[in-house]
Design a protein around this ligand. Structure first.
Ligand code: BG6
Length: 524
């Protein structure tokens, strides 16, 4: 099969535990089919889908075909897809049943012979977290994790533990079986195009890097706003909450990439070393400053896109008295030379008015001379917005004279959108991440020390909430979260900056410019 014209990754079998699950259908099958279409899979390659239900290869191939169609894979995917689908095999087993592992081993050996995959394996654990450790233990015990002369890698989804103690325990089991270098911990935000672009924007431009510090930057705001609620994941979510679900991983990843120093090299460890330094430099939150640094919210009933939606406590599998947060806003400081004194505001929530993920850098104001207080209009801030989604790109706001006026100064925008035109489709995060595991590049996966420091930070907040019994502040669905989040910034004389889509709404001329419908309501 000619799947890999671009480069030749090494032969391997991808073993997906949790083959019938949601993640495999929504993300893995479509990503694999797109990779096949781009000839980015090894020539000698097979997929073993492992699940508990009784199925045969044909059924699983049909499921994969349907999953890829539902995800809208790239039109050119059809040809490569059929070849790949014929290489998907099903293996039925109960993950807890130790006796099944030698059978799996024999089946993999047969497929090695059929596809010449040479004993190389990627085990993708797309299963509930309670199975991560069990599967790793059994793979290790049955000689499927550390074979000489071939490589084995394991990919784990979040949540990576529930707190630092449980993450350590899980990590010990995974690294006993595979060793740190072969453990690939997924944070799918790292697979998003703009996060990879962030380092290029920062370190490949003379324009930004000299200003990227507390002398020129007043504040940094990092937001992941979602319009969706918890959907069918109420059971998991009610145990986790936004702090564990979003802050421990995605939000802190955005923070470290924004704040890190230039790495000595672009290899995985050099980048991750710098990210870890940021996590180590976060000023620890203490019981004394917790209330003035962290806000905990939960959505009540409200309106999204003009339609009524239930409150969190009415969602399926959610405790009707739940005190789990669906929104977190926090203020933190990075006590290092570059960022001393600059507040970083992080917020994430479900059922907010607009879906957007972005990093906003607000630069310091100009000295109060020349254009201040002499009949000129008030100057707007210089803003640099890294747009992660739904639009991907960079947006820069600065001040210019209103053409034709005597002295009016207005904010104007330069706006780069990398996914607006036709002809470029950003690859799905999982596509990039899977390709990287196959190549053995762990740059976009979290290293254990990153996870450890992230949990240390998050545990302080969670433990405080538990001990103090901090109640959630309820906000109506479709609004910008609890009022406490505004007070958090007001203490420093700051305000949340509206998502980029909303910044454009006061400029109808700009709105007309492109096909960018504003989804949801931008009203504060
Ligand atoms: C997941 C969280 O990791 O990220 C979800 O578990 C959240 O609760 C999702 O909705 C957001 O990801 P994205 O890519 O849709 O922004």
């Amino acid at each position: 099969m000619q799947l890999s014209a671009v480069y030749k990754p090494e032969p391997c079998i991808l073993v997906v535990f949790g083959a019938t699950g949601d993640l495999t259908h929504r993300k893995l099958y479509p990503a694999l089919i797109n990779l096949a279409a781009q000839k980015r899979l090894p020539d000698q390659f097979a997929v073993v889908a492992v699940g508990r239900r009784e199925k045969n290869d044909t059924q699983v191939r049909n499921e994969a075909r349907r999953a890829a169609a539902a995800a809208g894979t790239h039109p050119s995917a059809a040809a490569g897809a059929e070849e790949l689908l014929q290489r998907i095999h099903y293996f039925q087993m109960n993950f807890e049943d130790e006796a099944a592992y030698p059978l799996l081993r024999s089946r993999l050996a047969e497929l090695d012979a059929a596809y010449n995959t040479q004993g190389n394996r990627i085990y993708f654990l797309a299963v509930a977290p309670q199975y991560f450790g069990i599967i790793a233990d059994h793979l290790y015990k049955h000689g499927m994790a550390g074979n000489q002369g071939a490589w084995q890698r394991v990919v784990v989804e979040k949540p990576f533990g529930r707190n630092l103690a449980s993450a350590r325990e899980l990590n010990a089991r995974l690294t006993q079986a595979f060793g740190e270098r072969r453990v690939y911990r997924i944070d799918h935000y790292l697979g998003k195009e703009m996060l990879q672009n962030l380092l290029v924007i920062r370190f490949a431009n003379t324009l930004f890097e000299p200003l990227w510090n507390g002398r020129f930057i007043e504040e940094v705001q990092i937001s992941i706003n979602e319009t969706v609620g918890v959907g069918s994941r109420g059971g998991y979510y009610d145990e986790a909450g936004a702090l564990r679900d979003m802050v421990q991983n995605h939000m802190l990843q955005l923070l470290t990439l924004t704040a890190m120093e230039p790495p000595v090299d672009l290899d995985a460890d050099s980048i991750r070393d710098e990210k870890v330094k940021v996590l180590r430099s976060i000023r620890p939150l203490t019981p004394e400053n917790m209330e003035s640094s962290v806000v905990r919210g939960q959505y009540g009933p409200g309106m999204i896109d003009g339609k009524p939606v239930p409150g969190y406590r009415e969602e399926e599998q959610v405790d009707p008295d739940s005190n789990t947060e669906t929104y977190v806003a926090l203020k933190l400081y990075i006590d290092n030379f570059r960022w001393s004194g600059v507040p970083f505001y992080l917020r994430t929530g479900k059922r907010l008015p607009v879906r957007s993920a972005e990093i906003v850098i607000r630069f310091r104001e100009q000295p109060g001379v020349l254009y201040f207080g002499r009949g000129y209009s008030e100057l707007g801030p210089n803003l640099l917005v890294i747009k992660i989604q739904p639009e991907e790109g960079v947006f820069l706001q600065f001040n210019a004279k209103q053409p034709g006026s005597v002295g009016d100064i207005v904010p104007v925008r330069m706006d780069y959108c990398q996914n607006c035109g036709t002809g470029f489709d950003s690859p799905e995060a999982y596509e990039r991440l899977l390709a990287d595991v196959i190549r053995g590049d762990s740059t976009l996966f979290t290293r254990w020390d990153e996870v450890e420091y992230a949990w240390e930070f998050v545990d302080r907040i969670a433990d405080y909430w538990d001990q103090a019994g901090t109640p959630v502040e309820v906000y109506p669905a479709g609004t910008w979260g609890p009022a406490g989040a505004d007070r958090l910034l007001a203490q420093n004389g700051h305000r949340w900056i509206l998502p980029f889509q909303c910044l454009l709404t006061d400029r109808p001329d700009l709105e007309k410019h492109g096909s960018r419908p504003v989804v949801g309501s931008c009203q504060l």
